[in-house]
Design a protein around this ligand. Structure first.
Ligand SMILES: [Zn+2]
Length: 60
């Protein structure tokens, strides 16, 4: 387990922990909005719609 920069959240992946509270935010994307390199794509069993959560850089 890895803590993020703020130590408020815990991630199983070090890569995720490095982005959390560190200039990125986690957003949910659906269907064609899912980038080809997304690794954690899931499919809603009721609707068949693909979805994933990806990191997006926060613009400031
Ligand atoms: Zn965090």
């Amino acid at each position: 387990m890895h803590f993020c920069k703020s130590k408020k959240h815990v991630w199983s992946s070090k890569k995720d922990a490095e982005k959390c509270c560190n200039g990125y935010e986690r957003v949910m994307v659906f269907g064609d909005d899912i980038p080809p390199n997304a690794k954690n794509v899931q499919i809603n069993s009721d609707t068949g719609i693909k979805f994933s959560r990806i990191w997006v850089k926060v613009s400031d």
